[in-house]
Write a protein that binds this ligand. Structure first.
Ligand code: NDP
Length: 290
């Protein structure tokens, strides 16, 4: 039989993680600060523990899925001794530095450690779209990879414990910027009477066709040569038309103005003949503004 695991934290996500492992016939021990939340999982076959220490003692693999970093430390600090020699995988959303700090804490207490960032909703756990990014000790990932597979496709992002969290947040940054841009467009379209839904159905095919170009821009960024012939240069357009129209229509232009400011930094540095991807250099090197 496959080895069991202990799960600390049975919120929306923790309950989904525990449930998926139970569905796979795995032995799962659960603990939650508010004990009542364990009942539905116990009904599905989980063993429940009254304290974190008791839960930890049951299995070599301990997974935490709590609210935030502070709740992880609040839960684990008092029971560090019982974690000794075991493996801790923290799936709580933390910042990269918090993940690294937990890595140092784990090392101090002889605990093997891997940080994970869940890129899925609770309902997506165990479905093909779910991904969990992991970073930390490579051998810990290699040894547990199959065990963790029922949750999501596991992607290993290297030995820096903070990497999984950083990449997760980087992807979310891209997503939020994109959606903010779409909301700004919807606000502009609304000033000539278009509903947000109509704007969405008009815009989605365009975005879908363009988003693949990110790969070409990424190749330009990695290559470091932003020269593009002709019209796509930063000199050709600094987005003034969009900005002016947004202002004249009475729509807040904070987001588009921020992009224009990045373009201007590059033009001032003498890169106006180069392509839009050049603004990456200002983002990456804000001090030198290269
Ligand atoms: P919930 O709010 O549903 O659950 C939070 C959990 O943390 C509960 O089990 C709660 O216990 C526990 N908790 C909070 N504070 C403490 C504390 N001080 N000590 C001990 N336990 C504590 O959150 P989710 O389950 O949705 O999220 C859990 C983690 O998963 C978060 O870091 C979240 O960012 C991450 N995540 C969630 C996603 C989602 O879509 N839900 C997606 C990706 C990541 P109690 O029941 O006693 O309150």
């Amino acid at each position: 039989t496959a080895p069991g695991l202990t799960l600390l934290g049975l919120g929306q996500m923790g309950a989904a993680l525990a449930g998926r492992m139970l569905d796979q016939g795995r032995a799962v021990t659960v603990w939650n600060r508010t004990p009542e939340r364990a009942a539905p999982l116990v009904a599905r076959g989980a063993a429940s523990a009254e304290t974190p220490a008791e839960a930890i003692a049951r299995n070599g693999l301990v997974v935490t899925c709590l609210l935030r970093y502070a709740s992880v430390r609040e839960t684990l600090d008092p029971v560090a001794a019982s974690l000794r020699g075991r493996t801790l995988i923290d799936l709580t959303t933390t910042t990269p530095d918090e993940a690294r700090e937990l890595g140092r804490w784990a090392a101090e207490h002889d605990v093997e450690y891997l940080n994970g960032a869940i890129m899925a909703t609770p309902y997506q756990i165990g479905t093909p779209v779910a991904r969990i990014l992991y970073s930390g000790a490579p051998d810990v990932f290699a040894r547990h990879r199959d065990l963790l597979a029922p949750w999501a496709e596991g992607v290993y992002d290297g030995p820096d414990a903070g990497a999984a969290s950083l990449i997760d947040l980087a992807m979310l940054s891209g997503m939020y910027h994109m959606f903010a841009g779409l909301f700004h467009g919807a606000a502009m379209a609304a000033t000539v009477g278009m509903s947000a839904q109509d704007f969405a159905s008009r815009t989605i095919p365009l975005i879908e066709s363009l988003v693949a170009h990110f790969a070409a821009d990424a190749a330009i960024i990695d290559g470091g040569d932003y020269s593009v012939p002709g019209q796509q240069s930063l000199d050709f357009s600094d987005l003034s038309d969009i900005l002016r129209t947004s202002e004249e229509a009475g729509v807040d232009s904070t987001t588009i103005a921020a992009i224009q400011a990045l373009i201007h930094r590059q033009r001032e540095a003498g890169h106006g003949a180069e392509g839009f991807a050049r603004i990456y250099e200002t983002l990456r090197h804000p001090e030198s503004g290269r």
